[in-house]
Structures are given as structure tokens and as C-alpha cells.
Ligand binder design. Structure first.
Ligand code: GGG
Length: 355
């Protein structure tokens, strides 16, 4: 009998979440068996379907229900018929906020066997991590509508940048860079156009840099930074960004490395007071849901990040290596990577590589 057992809350969510998460679970179980630990999963049906039936994405005491788990493994949120802001603010955002998952860590790497859509780019050129502030910034409910339906109609939306929230995400990025070879942090800003929050972000970035003198830095406005992601992905090591900018950069990064279908994310509570949440970067993809064509690699890589966070670094590394071995064979790639494999077949290839 294995001594180590992890209890994971599983929220497949909507659309392709229900197709890729089981693949991630199977691969995590396979590597767990090899490394002598066990995983106990508990399913939660929190989703847009549940919203349609009950008027809530999750029960009122949902956060309390998952607080005692070792981690949360989530698929995707959103489905036509439920406004996107309703589904997001009914599930993912309360989880991020109430579990204080303030660091959203999104690695971007050109995996072995993959080619970047950018001609001439090799694995050595694309290996960086987007660190996204995850609980404040532009994702704020402060604001509202006035004079609704009249010709004076007005809408406002406030961005919130607290000193504590800004400093802790910047420090997280610098501390992460300190563990990496290149020891470099890039800040995403827009302090020429956004005159209060972004100059403040720059100020706090300079202060964080002074606290971490061994880490080299760069800073770009978000518009030119997106161009540099495409033309010079080799410039980046750790990229730290506000909630919205980080969300955009962490879709663009994986596209440069092949496909958003491979992109993993860890929503971390670095103090470990609460369980952290692991989710692929991609959404529910209603256009391909139910067809068994979704790429499960993001869910598998996400599971590897979860195992690493749980202290199973060797198993996590083995799972990541199995992903790369599987992807080296064009026959196991899903259609977003130019292949013809279906979701299950791609997962089977990872399992075979693990065997
Ligand atoms: N994989 C989780 C998911 O469904 N993400 C889709 C999405 O739009 N998320 C918004 C966000 O991360 O802020």
C-alpha cells in the first residue's frame, strides 16, 4: 500500500473540460503508481449546466467544500447561453480570490518534437514563464452603469492595484527568476496611456528590482511586448504582468510555441494556507466540444504542475518527459498541432511513453 495519498477536487467544468481532464487524471494515476503514491479524486459538477439547472455555477458553500483538499484540478469554464462574465464570476474568480490564488504561473516552452509556427525557432529559443497577478487589477467588480438605456448611458470599470497585491506578485516573479538559469524578469506595463495604475506598477517593479539586485530586468509597454513575443521569444525568462495583460500574454505565448492546446497553468496560493488550483489555459471550446478532437496535452502538463506542487517533482518531470516523447511522433498529435490523433489516442500515447 502506498504511504503518500493526495486528495484532489476535480471540476471538469464545461465543454472540452470533460474530455481532457479524464486524460490528465489517467496519466497522473499512471505516474503515481510508478512512484509509489496514490491520488484520490472527488468530482464536482460545477459548470454552466449546473447553472442552467440551479441558477448557480457552484453551491453557496462551494469554497468551503474544496478548502480541505490538497489541490483542485479544473477543466474549463463557459458555455453558450450563459454570459461569459456570469460563468467566470460564478466559479473561477471566486475560487481564485477566496483561496487567495494570487500567482497564476503559466509556462511557455517549445516542447521536444514540436515546431514553432515561427520559422527557424528551436526549443532553445522559447522557454519562459508568464506570472500573472490573479486576484485584482483589471478583474474588478467595482464600477457600474448609470442612466441605463438613455442617451446619457455611462459605464465605468475600476482597476484595483493594492500595494500588498502588487508587491507580492512582483516578488514572486523575482524569486522564481532567482531559481532559473537566466535570472531575468520582464515587466508588462502601459504607463504611457494608463496614468494611475500603470505608473504605480512601474514604481513597485523598480522597488522589487531593488530588493532583488541579482536579477536583470526589462520593461515594455504591453503593445510592443506582444510584438516582441512573436519576433523575439528568446528574449524572455520570467514575464510578470497584471491580471488582464497576463491573461493575454499567456494565450499568445503558447500560440508562438505551437498551440494553446498545450498550455498549462497553476493558480498558486504560495503560502499554502489553501489548496492551489490547476487548470489548462484554454477555455471550454464549444466549437469542438463533444468531438474527441481537443488536445489533452495542456491538461496533462497541468497535472504535472499539480504533482510538482504536491512535492512529487520526480513524477512530475517524468510526466512532462512523457508528453515530449509522445509529441515527437506526428501520429500522436491532435489537429491543432497539424496531426489527426483524437483526444483519447493522444492520451494513450502519453501513457505508452510512461510505461
Ligand atoms: N481553463 C479555465 C478556463 O476555462 N479559462 C477560460 C477563461 O476565459 N478564463 C479567464 C481567465 O483566466 O481569466
Amino acid at each position: 500500500m502506498s504511504e503518500r495519498k493526495y486528495r484532489i477536487a476535480v471540476i471538469p467544468g464545461d465543454g472540452i473540460g470533460g474530455e481532457v481532464i479524464p486524460v490528465g487524471q489517467r496519466t497522473a494515476e499512471a505516474v503515481a503508481a510508478k512512484h509509489g503514491f496514490a491520488i484520490e479524486w472527488q468530482d464536482f459538477d460545477w459548470s454552466c449546466r449546473r447553472y442552467a439547472e440551479t441558477g448557480r455555477m457552484m453551491p453557496e458553500d462551494g469554497i468551503a467544500q474544496v478548502k480541505g483538499f490538497d489541490a483542485i484540478y479544473l477543466g474549463a469554464v463557459g458555455w453558450p447561453g450563459v454570459p461569459d462574465h456570469v460563468s467566470l464570476w460564478g466559479l473561477l474568480i471566486p475560487l481564485r480570490r477566496e483561496l487567495d490564488l494570487y500567482a497564476n504561473v503559466r509556462p511557455v516552452r517549445l516542447l521536444r518534437g514540436m515546431t514553432s509556427p515561427l520559422a527557424g525557432r528551436g526549443p532553445e529559443d522559447i522557454d519562459f514563464i508568464v506570472v500573472r497577478e490573479n486576484v485584482e487589477g483589471e478583474y474588478s467588480e467595482v464600477g457600474g452603469r448609470l442612466y441605463d438605456g438613455t442617451d446619457h448611458e455611462m459605464v465605468s470599470q475600476l482597476s484595483i492595484f493594492t500595494r500588498r497585491g502588487t508587491d507580492r506578485i512582483l516578488d514572486y516573479a523575482f524569486e522564481l527568476a532567482a531559481k532559473r538559469k537566466r535570472k531575468h524578469v520582464t515587466s508588462a506595463t502601459k504607463s504611457n496611456g494608463i496614468v494611475h495604475t500603470m505608473p504605480y506598477w512601474d514604481e513597485r517593479f523598480a522597488a522589487a528590482s531593488a530588493r532583488h539586485p541579482d536579477i536583470a530586468t526589462a520593461q515594455y509597454h504591453i503593445d510592443i511586448l506582444t510584438a516582441h513575443f512573436v519576433q523575439h521569444p528568446d528574449w524572455f525568462d520570467v514575464v510578470v504582468a497584471s491580471n488582464l495583460f497576463g491573461d493575454i500574454l499567456s494565450d499568445l505565448g503558447p500560440a508562438v510555441a505551437g498551440s494553446i492546446g498545450i498550455a498549462p497553468a497553476a493558480n498558486l496560493n504560495p503560502t499554502r494556507e489553501f489548496p492551489s488550483l490547476f487548470e489548462p489555459v484554454h477555455g471550454s471550446a464549444p466549437d469542438i466540444a463533444g468531438q474527441d478532437v481537443a488536445n489533452p496535452i495542456a491538461a496533462v502538463w497541468t497535472a504535472a504542475m499539480m504533482l510538482d506542487h504536491l512535492g512529487e517533482a520526480t513524477a512530475a518531470a517524468e510526466l512532462e518527459a512523457a508528453i515530449e516523447t509522445a509529441l515527437e511522433d506526428p501520429a500522436t498529435r491532435t489537429r491543432d498541432l497539424g496531426g489527426t490523433a483524437d483526444t483519447v489516442a493522444c492520451g494513450e500515447a502519453v501513457l505508452k511513453a510512461l510505461a
